[in-house]
Design a protein. Structure first.
Length: 511
C-alpha cells in the first residue's frame, strides 16, 4: 500500500492494523508532506506536528500525545525507534511540512523561505535520505490547513523551494516523490507543469499524486487528469496517478470541519472555538449565508447536496433514531430544510454527528471503467490513506474488495492479474528489490487466500486507540494467514506477536 499515514500508529500498534488482515505486507508512509521526523530541539515542534496531524489527517490528539514518545530528532533516530516495532515492512518519505517547521519555526506557516532556510531544509532532507528515507513529499492542497486555520507549512512554499528540495533526490538511488499539487488533481496547466518539473529536478524520478476515484460517469474526467502523465512523459519526466478502487464514502463532522473548511467562505466558521461555532451555526441568517456559499460555483459544490447525505453516527439520545437515514428523509419528517435539519441534529450532538454520502453500490460499468484505468499505465492502485482520517475514511480494505468484487463477482480481470496490479506494479513503481513477486530468492512476504470467499468484513467503530478514541475498522474473510519474511504475523485471521517487519531503506531496499 503505497499511500498510508501509519507514521504515528506504529508506536502503539506495530501490526499497522487493519491493513495486514487485508493482505498488505508493505506500506509507504510519510506522505502529503506529513512525516513526523525530523524534529528540532524545540519541544513545540512535536506539539505543532501533533496538532497538525490531528487536523489534516484525522488522528485523535490524545492518541498522538499518549501513544507516541516524540523523543527522536533525526529521521535516522525515528527509523531506529520504529524498526523493532514492525510486524510488516514500512518505508517512509521525508515530509515538507516537518522540514519547514525545523528550519523556520513558527514562521513556517506565515511566509516563503529564505535561501538560507531552503539550504537548511535541503541539508535535513539529505540527512533523511542518507538514513534511507524513500523520498520527499509535499502538498499545496487547499484542504490541508492546521488547527488555527492556516495553510500547513508546505503550502507557503514557493515553486523554487519545492524544486530545490526535489533536486536533492538526484544524489540518492531508489527515491521518489509524492505531491498534492491541487485538491482535485492536476487539471490545470500550473499543476501539470509543477509535477513534471519536480520529476525533472529529481533526475526523472517518479512523482505520484492522489487521489483519483473512478466511476463510469466520471471516466472522461479521470482520463483528462491522466494527461498530466502524458505531458510529463513527453518531456522526459514520470508522473503517476494513484487511484483508490472504490468511491470514498467519507464521514464528515462539523466538530472537525475537515474538508468542509474547503468550501469558499466556510473556513473562518469551521476554525472557530466550539462554543463560537455552535453559536454561528444556530443563527438563521448565518445558516442562510453558509448554505448560499456552499451552493455556489466552486470545486466543492458536490458537498452541499445535504439532503442526499446519510447520518452515520449520533450522540444525543434524541438523535439515535436518525442513524442510517438520509437528511432529506429526516427533514421531511421535521418539515424543515435539509440544511437546517442537519445543523439541528449536529448541534444536539455537540457537533459530533458524523454524516456524508453513503457509498453507492458500484455497477459493472463502474468496475469496467476502473479496470481500464488500472491497465492504462498512467495510474496505479493505491491512495488508501490507511492510518489517517480514522473516523472519516475506511479504504484500507481495498485489496479484499478488489478480489471480491471486480474479480469474483464480475469476472472483469483474473485473480492473478488483480494480485499483480496490487503488488508487482507498486513494487516496481518504488523500485523495491525482491518484493512484489513470488520468485526464488525474493522475500517471503506471503498471504494465503481462499479466492472463493475473500472479502472485507463490515466496517465498524472500534474504540481501541490510546486515550479511548474510536476508529473505523474491518477484518477480512478468506485471508487466514499472512507471512512477512517467512514469519507468520497473522494466523487464523488473528495477529501474532511476531515482529519480522523492517524499515525499508532507499538504496538498499529500493533502486
Amino acid at each position: 500500500d503505497v499511500h498510508t499515514h501509519y507514521d504515528a500508529q506504529v508506536f502503539w500498534d506495530g501490526t499497522l492494523s487493519p491493513s495486514p488482515l487485508h493482505g498488505v505486507t508493505t506500506v509507504i508512509g510519510g506522505n502529503c508532506g506529513f512525516s513526523i521526523a525530523p524534529l528540532s530541539d524545540d519541544p513545540t515542534d512535536g506539539e505543532y506536528l501533533m496538532r497538525m496531524l490531528s487536523r489534516v489527517e484525522g488522528m485523535p490528539l490524545d492518541s498522538l500525545r499518549t501513544g507516541v514518545p516524540w523523543n527522536w530528532r533525526t529521521t535516522a533516530e525515528y527509523f531506529d525507534a520504529v524498526g523493532p516495532l514492525l510486524a510488516i515492512n514500512a518505508g517512509f518519505k521525508v515530509g515538507h511540512s516537518a522540514l519547514r517547521r525545523v528550519a523556520m519555526g513558527d514562521e513556517a506557516t506565515e511566509r516563503e523561505a529564505t535561501d538560507r532556510e531552503v539550504s537548511a531544509m535541503s541539508s535535513l532532507l539529505r540527512d533523511g535520505l542518507t538514513a534511507g528515507a524513500m523520498g520527499f513529499s509535499s502538498t499545496w492542497s487547499v484542504t490541508h490547513n492546521d488547527p488555527e486555520g492556516r495553510p500547513v507549512p508546505s503550502r507557503l512554499a514557493s515553486r523554487e523551494e519545492i524544486l530545490t528540495l526535489c533536486s536533492v533526490l538526484k544524489e540518492f538511488p531508489g527515491t521518489s516523490l509524492e505531491m498534492l499539487a491541487a485538491a482535485g488533481g492536476p487539471t490545470d496547466d500550473e499543476s501539470k507543469a509543477l509535477l513534471c518539473d519536480m520529476s525533472l529536478a529529481a533526475g526523472g524520478r517518479q512523482v505520484n499524486w492522489n487521489v483519483m476515484q473512478v466511476t463510469a460517469r466520471n471516466l472522461q474526467e479521470c482520463l483528462a487528469k491522466l494527461d498530466a502523465s502524458t505531458y510529463a512523459a513527453e518531456r522526459g519526466a514520470k508522473v503517476v496517478a494513484l487511484t483508490v478502487p472504490m468511491v470514498i464514502a467519507a464521514r464528515l463532522s462539523l466538530a472537525s470541519g475537515f474538508v468542509l473548511d474547503a468550501i469558499p467562505g466556510w473556513e473562518e466558521v469551521m476554525f472557530l472555538p466550539p462554543d463560537d461555532k455552535k453559536r454561528v451555526l444556530s443563527d438563521p441568517e448565518e445558516r442562510k449565508r453558509l448554505n448560499c456559499l456552499a451552493q455556489g460555483d466552486h470545486p466543492f459544490r458536490p458537498l452541499a447536496n445535504w439532503g442526499a447525505m446519510t447520518i452515520f453516527d449520533t450522540v444525543a439520545e434524541e438523535n439515535q433514531s436518525y442513524a442510517g437515514r438520509t437528511v432529506a428523509d429526516i427533514a421531511a419528517e421535521r418539515s424543515c430544510d435539509p440544511f437546517d435539519a442537519l445543523l439541528d441534529i449536529a448541534l444536539a450532538d455537540d457537533l459530533l454527528t458524523s454524516f456524508g454520502y453513503s457509498e453507492v453500490q458500484a455497477s459493472r460499468e463502474d468496475w469496467e471503467a476502473r479496470v481500464g484505468i488500472w491497465r492504462d499505465g498512467r495510474a496505479v492502485i493505491g491512495a488508501s490513506d490507511a492510518g489517517a482520517h480514522l473516523d472519516l475514511l475506511a479504504t484500507f480494505n481495498y485489496p479484499t474488495r478488489v478480489l471480491a468484487e471486480p474479480v469474483r463477482e464480475h469476472g472483469l480481470l483474473s485473480f492473478e492479474e488483480a494480485v499483480y496490479r496490487m503488488t508487482a506494479v507498486q513494487a516496481d513503481l518504488y523500485g523495491l528489490v525482491d518484493r512484489g513477486r513470488l520468485s526464488e530468492g525474493a522475500y517471503a512476504d506471503l498471504i494465503i487466500v481462499d479466492e472463493s470467499v475473500v472479502a472485507s468484513n463490515p466496517i465498524t467503530l472500534r474504540p481501541d486507540l490510546p486515550g479511548g478514541a474510536a476508529r473505523l475498522y474491518a477484518g477480512a474473510s478468506g485471508i487466514d494467514d499472512v507471512l512477512v519474511a517467512g514469519t507468520p504475523v497473522v494466523t487464523d485471521g488473528k495477529f501474532t506477536d511476531h515482529r519480522p517487519g523492517r524499515v525499508l531503506r532507499s538504496g538498499a531496499d529500493s533502486r
